[in-house]
Design a binder for this molecule. Structure first.
Ligand code: HEM
Length: 143
């Protein structure tokens, strides 16, 4: 299952469904040369972190092997697909389990081919403006 979870981490890094996480500055915050006034909303943009070339080499490549030996069971400065801190997603383990079951069923029982679409737009959320059509068919088992 190790590689399956590397595959899932890479999927949520590249295809993060959460374009922004919002917080409110409860007091004035100095960050580098910036001052965030008390009461302002702050948006954390996980895709900006997940696609940053200094954190991930060739960030647009789907490369599950990059996660070898890396713990993704909690958030880090480089990985925040499920948020972080006190509001860390309570559905994380459930989501990963569902994805693992889905992948297992898909790969063992079906094959598929791309039909049309597939153009990717990042705004910064992931979008397929022309959709992505695939044809799925049942694998025929021999013997
Ligand atoms: C790929 C799937 C999912 C992703 C990427 C995701 C992502 C996130 C993120 C980024 C947060 C943090 C929001 C914040 O800090 O403001 C969050 C919170 C949360 N998620 Fe998920 N989530 C996923 C699936 C689920 C599922 C399946 C459930 C429930 C079964 C769930 C339940 C929650 C709840 C209740 C919170 C709020 C936790 C709190 O505020 O203490 N999530 N999620």
């Amino acid at each position: 299952m190790k590689f399956t979870f590397q595959f899932i981490s890479e999927t949520v890094r590249l295809a993060n469904i959460v374009p922004g996480i919002f917080r409110k500055a409860m007091r004035e915050i100095k960050f580098k040369e910036y001052t965030i006034p008390a009461g302002w909303a702050v948006m954390v943009c996980p895709p900006a972190v997940h696609l940053e070339p200094t954190r991930y080499s060739n960030p647009l490549d789907f490369d599950p092997w990059r996660w070898e030996g890396i713990d993704t069971n909690s958030a880090s400065r480089n990985f925040m697909a499920f948020g972080g801190g006190m509001r860390y997603c309570v559905g994380t383990d459930f989501t990963k389990l569902q994805m693992a079951v889905f992948l297992h069923c898909l790969l063992t029982n079906y094959k598929w081919k791309a039909i049309k679409g597939g153009q990717i737009l990042r705004t910064p959320g992931l979008q397929f403006p022309n959709g992505y059509h695939i044809q799925v068919s049942k694998k025929i088992r021999q013997g």
